[in-house]
Design a protein around this ligand. Structure first.
Ligand code: PMT
Length: 418
């Protein structure tokens, strides 16, 4: 890398103020570059916490990391001195972004296979924020099919990568596998936060947004219900993105285990009928409605007042169609700009376009569900968004990032109708 380029990067570094960066260091000679990375993050105003693997401590001492970050260096999964003995949960909740640099071949393989035998790999499973990897390893290890498959699979699951670069390596060989320079990595994170903040530049200031999220539960009797696999992650991420864009948000949520974002009005509901009332009664007071909830299409005709007994070998339930919230909303005289979702296992575009037309929507965000990744109860997703005159595809990424992208598009489309 030329010194002019480095100079440009050094000059172009802007603030990471108010960001919480969780840095993971796995075992590899490039771990020595992590010291410089911490210095750059701190210089730009970030709060940095660092997790090392035991192998990483062979290359750089926890004391050096502690001195640079000004924080405890986290190494052990089971640390009795941690607040609640659960550093993996505390750190995962704290982080705005999680970067593993260097990411060794072993760490990449563990991540892809869900192994969690140390604090760093456990954190990967616990983290819900965007995750970046800066791989570093010998060029033959990098080009090995299994490593490439692991990286491709992680990317498919929404993990973002920086590098590796080509060049001479500590082992004396030349090829791809060098960890990207700390300045380059730092610039990636700065760009990441800058793109979030530019997409948050009050594009929805003074706009009231009503969002539905999560599943509904349709009671069969006092103890049983029919539901679906929605976790609420997509809808809650959209609520968070809309709040960041300056909107006043009302979140109508089915039963989920997520905490509602700060600064939104939460309306908790259970059934499709409850959600219908909650949305329709608030529609007149909102500019935009985004229907990310997985609302039951059918509900039991009768709710048995007592627990249904196990008398016969087979039984059947009669279901009635629920009221369609989106379709009823767009029938209202003054209805908000309405964005529906389409969750499909097949024929995504055809079914989505059909819903766009028949429900008279302004936009529809279509996602594939029921596959290996994305859709229901996943941290990542991809969306194909359609509106009257156009379409945009957002590839598989973390739902938080996807939500920012979707909100930005909705803001543009909504404003074009004013
Ligand atoms: O919650 P996650 O685990 O993060 O998963 C996200 C998601 C897959 C649930 C989300 O991205 C999504 O696709 N939400 C819509 C799910 C759905 O019910 O899709 P649908 O194609 O069956 O319905 C189409 C649209 O009609 C949806 O906007 C739905 O909210 C709406 N609808 C459906 C039935 C009904 N009675 N009233 C409605 O308004």
């Amino acid at each position: 890398m030329s010194s002019a380029f480095l100079f440009h990067l050094e000059r172009s570094l802007t603030m990471l103020t108010n960001t919480h960066i969780l840095l993971g260091i796995s075992g590899g000679i490039a771990a020595y570059k992590s010291a410089e990375l911490i210095r750059l993050f701190k210089k730009n105003g970030a709060d940095v916490r660092v997790v090392m693997t035991r192998n990483a401590t062979q290359f750089i001492t926890p004391l050096t990391i502690k001195a640079l970050s000004g924080e405890t260096t986290y190494i052990d999964l089971f640390d009795a001195s941690a607040d609640n003995g659960m550093d993996h949960i505390n750190l995962a909740r704290w982080a705005d972004i999680f970067i593993i640099a260097p990411a060794s071949a072993n760490m990449i393989a563990k991540m892809n296979h869900g192994l969690a035998d140390d604090l760093l790999s456990t954190l990967y499973l616990a983290a819900t924020c965007p995750i970046y990897l800066a791989p570093a390893m010998n060029q033959a290890m990098w080009s090995k099919t299994i490593t490439q498959n692991n990286i491709a699979s992680l990317k498919h699951q929404g993990v973002l990568t920086i590098g590796p670069e080509q060049g001479s390596q500590a082992c004396g060989e030349t090829g791809f596998g060098r960890m990207s320079e700390p300045l380059v990595i730092c610039q990636h994170l700065i760009d990441h936060f800058a793109s979030l903040s530019s997409s948050q530049h009050n594009s929805l200031a003074n706009i009231k947004v009503l969002i539905s999220a999560g599943p509904t539960r349709e009671a069969l009797d006092p103890v049983r219900y029919i539901t679906n696999r929605s976790s609420g992650k997509m809808g809650y991420a959209i609520a968070e993105a809309a709040i960041k864009a300056g909107a006043e948000v009302t979140l109508v949520s089915g039963p989920v285990t997520l905490a509602a974002p700060d600064n939104c009005t939460l309306v908790s509901v259970e059934s499709a009928a409850d959600m219908h009332v909650a949305v329709i009664s608030r529609a007149h007071d909102h500019n935009i409605y985004i229907g990310a909830a997985a609302v039951a299409d059918y509900s039991p005709t009768l709710v048995n007042p007592t627990k249904i007994k196990k008398h016969s070998d087979s039984t059947s339930i009669i279901l009635n169609k629920t009221k369609d919230i989106l379709a009823d909303l767009t029938q209202l005289d003054a209805h908000p700009f309405t964005v529906g979702f389409a969750a499909e296992t097949n024929n995504l575009s055809d079914y989505a376009l059909d819903k766009l037309t028949t429900k008279k929507l302004d936009m529809i965000a279509a996602n594939v569900v029921g596959g290996a990744i994305g859709g229901f109860d996943s941290d990542v997703n991809a969306l194909h968004v359609f509106w009257g005159s156009g379409e945009q595809f957002f590839p598989m990424t973390h739902k938080r990032i996807l939500a920012e992208q979707l909100i930005e598009l909705i803001a543009i489309r909504y404003k074009s109708t004013l």
